[in-house]
Write a protein of this length. Sequence first.
Length: 131
Amino acid sequence: MEFINVIAAAIAAYVFGAIWYMSLAKPWMAASGVEVGEDGRPANSSDKVPYIVSIICLIVVAGMMRHIFSLAGIGSIDKGLIAGLGAGLFIATPWIATNYTFAGRPKALIVIDGGYATIGCTIMGIVLTAF
């Protein structure tokens, strides 16, 4: 049953990511410097590898969060929400900010990608504790 929760949490974060980045596509492409094709979409949008890597990474993150939740006794939705929010806001986002700052990336990219990490981890925390 726990494996299904991990998969469900990863899928929920993936779906949220699709919505997040579709709604922030233009500012994200501008901030990230990703090459844009004539159609206005990222030039590599037909490449399946980033999508496959993304879902695999989300499964890994959800699996580790489930493990940590188990060790910490986090089993209710409210605690899952807070723990997920904390993981995203105080672990993932600062790491992103550190990497992007050293790379000279725009602050907007930190906000967009850090926002996804924070809300995505929060969603994972909720899903992991909802079942």
